[in-house]
Design a protein around this ligand. Structure first.
Ligand SMILES: Cc1ncc(COP(=O)(O)O)c(C=O)c1O
Length: 488
């Protein structure tokens, strides 16, 4: 085998093909003989000719290979010998010469047995992207955001946009979070109780680093948000999955020695059920009685389409609730902005940890967001976003009821639906078949921590990214996929 494709990479396939070509050349191959034709290489690697051609085209553009009539592709020998003369590194060797045993050097961070969500980041190529966690670019308030970015570069804001703030956050953004964002969740906070983070995920990371000691237990929802468990496990904790039912986490099953109980009380990830009132009180009693903490991930609370969102757990005023917020679902995940609300000693510790990793979020982005909230643009956008999502939610609910189950109860909020499959079908298989028909859906199996019988019985259909007019036709395709799938 002259060419080896890296198996464990999230890069596009053509990039991996390109690297396989570069590595073959770095091993001394094809310096004098032509490279294989795109057909031969495609057959060897088991990829399409288009993918190989893309890789070859990129290498031609960069002058690494040349295309010669009647010969095909050759490595650019001139380039290699000129670089040799100059003593410059061989471009084919940029990936290293293979002499370092990296496994012996890298600190081990294993998270054995934890489910892992694999996302298709190339989701725009699907006609029906029912993907979760992404947004429609056309829904983003581009004009308002650009206006805010521009203003952030004018006096007096520019100082805050450009300064090295050490471990501090933008005071204007913290003030807006305290006065314009948290009140809707019933949460009161002083500026010293708020830390700005690079999204909710970063907040979970910093809280885990500050609180967890090796081998301590973290109780997580099952099914639940796998990325959070990876964060806890990488901090050295042991994961204890606790089942979720129609009222959310079964608090009575949480072990007393779980130092953190991780919950998504507004819309449980992935089922979207809300944590019931009695369970909320029970959970607070539990952590008070055991001197432990609740990590409340309130990532999409304001996206509720029926009634008003209930208050956050942190609204109880308990010091034991660490509140994690995010702007990913209301604006866009690519902005990477979230925040944590907790008691000052914990925030101070997390601030120090953040200082020695990324210091603080980019000043201009913080200031622009603060200005957008202050001008009213943020809340106008949120209202518009919520009303578009409500329309999508309505269509989704109707569609799922008609194609799957007349008794299907759509959740009251969130950006996805947790859809049970007919008995005997395997969600992973349905997802694969759906992808072949242009439908991007997610299997529910990666949200479970154990091999229980219903692990492969759910699909997750996200509706924030898919255009409104693709929902109905997409669900019809799904109906056919389900009809054509055979019970396992
Ligand atoms: C339950 C839950 N928590 C946290 C996050 C991460 O949010 P952020 O993009 O703010 O890091 C997500 C993202 O999908 C999520 O679903």
């Amino acid at each position: 085998m002259n060419f080896l494709l890296e198996a464990d990479s999230s890069d596009p396939l053509y990039r991996r093909v390109r690297r396989a070509i570069e590595q073959a050349v770095a091993r001394g191959q094809y310096r004098t003989t032509p490279l294989p034709s795109s057909r031969a290489l495609a057959a060897e690697l088991g990829v399409s000719r288009t993918t190989v051609n893309l890789a070859y085209q990129e290498l031609i553009t960069e002058g690494f290979i040349v295309s010669e009539p009647r010969v095909g592709y050759r490595v650019n020998a001139d380039l290699l010998s000129r670089l040799d003369e100059l003593g410059a590194p061989d471009p084919a060797r940029v990936a290293g010469d293979g002499t370092v045993d990296w496994t012996a050097h890298l600190r081990e961070r294993s998270t054995p047995g934890l489910p892992e969500v694999s996302k298709d980041y190339d989701w725009q190529r699907y006609p029906y992207p029912f993907i979760y966690g992404q947004v429609q670019a056309s829904a983003f308030p581009v004009a308002a955001w650009n206006r805010a970015l521009r203003t952030a570069m004018q006096q007096p804001h520019i100082t805050y946009s450009l300064r090295d703030a050490g471990s501090a956050d933008d005071p204007l953004l913290v003030d807006e979070i305290c006065t314009s964002i948290l009140p809707a969740r019933g949460v009161r906070a002083e500026p010293e109780q708020v830390l700005v983070t690079a999204g909710a995920q970063h907040g979970l990371f910093l809280a885990s680093q500050a609180l967890l000691r090796r081998d301590e237990l973290v109780a997580v929802e099952n099914p639940g948000y796998p990325d959070a468990s990876h964060i806890f496990a990488r901090a050295g904790a042991k994961i204890c999955p606790v089942d979720v039912d129609g009222s959310g986490l079964r608090v009575s099953d949480v072990p007393d020695d779980a130092r953190i109980v991780f919950v998504t009380p507004s819309h449980q990830f992935p089922t979207n059920v809300s944590l019931g009132v009695a369970r909320r009180a029970q959970l607070l009693d539990h952590v008070h009685a055991n001197d432990t903490f609740v990590l409340e991930d309130d990532f999409d609370s304001e996206l509720r389409y029926v009634g008003q969102p209930g208050p956050a757990l942190r609204a109880s005023g308990s010091e034991r609730v660490i509140y994690i917020g995010s702007f990913s679902k209301f604006l866009a995940p690519g902005l990477r902005i979230g925040f944590v609300v907790a008691e000052a000693p914990l925030i101070t510790q997390m601030r120090r940890d953040r200082r020695y990793s990324l210091r603080h979020l980019p000043g201009q982005v913080q200031r622009a967001l603060a200005l957008m909230i202050g001008s009213g643009d943020y809340h106008r956008t949120l209202r518009r976003h919520r009303s578009t999502l409500r329309e999508k939610w309505h269509l989704m609910g109707q569609g799922v009821r008609s194609i799957r189950d007349k008794a299907f109860e759509p959740p009251t909020g969130g950006t996805s639906m947790w859809v049970p499959l007919p008995e005997g079908l395997d969600s992973d298989d349905v997802v694969r078949r759906a992808a072949r028909r242009g439908l991007l859906i997610e299997t529910g199996s990666t949200c479970f921590y154990d091999d229980r019988p219903d692990r492969h019985s759910y699909l997750r259909l996200g509706f924030a990214a898919i255009p409104l007019n693709r929902i109905e036709p997409g669900l019809h395709v799904l109906e056919r996929v389900i009809r054509d799938s055979r019970p396992v």
